[in-house]
Ligand binder design. Structure first.
Ligand SMILES: [Zn+2]
Length: 50
């Protein structure tokens, strides 16, 4: 598992913090922002936590 500083997409309602998350990895560069954006953590990243 690879933890990273949180990032999110302006097109999504969640943030990501795991580099193994497919959804997090597929964010288009123009939609990518650093930080949580005040959003809840993505379900896939939560699963990768365990
Ligand atoms: Zn994620």
């Amino acid at each position: 598992m690879s933890k990273k500083a949180p990032w999110h997409s302006v097109k999504q309602t969640v943030y990501h913090d795991d580099t193994d998350c497919n959804t997090g990895n597929n964010i288009e560069r123009e939609n990518l922002r650093t930080g949580t954006g005040g959003k809840p953590k993505c379900a896939e990243c939560k699963k990768l936590d365990k």
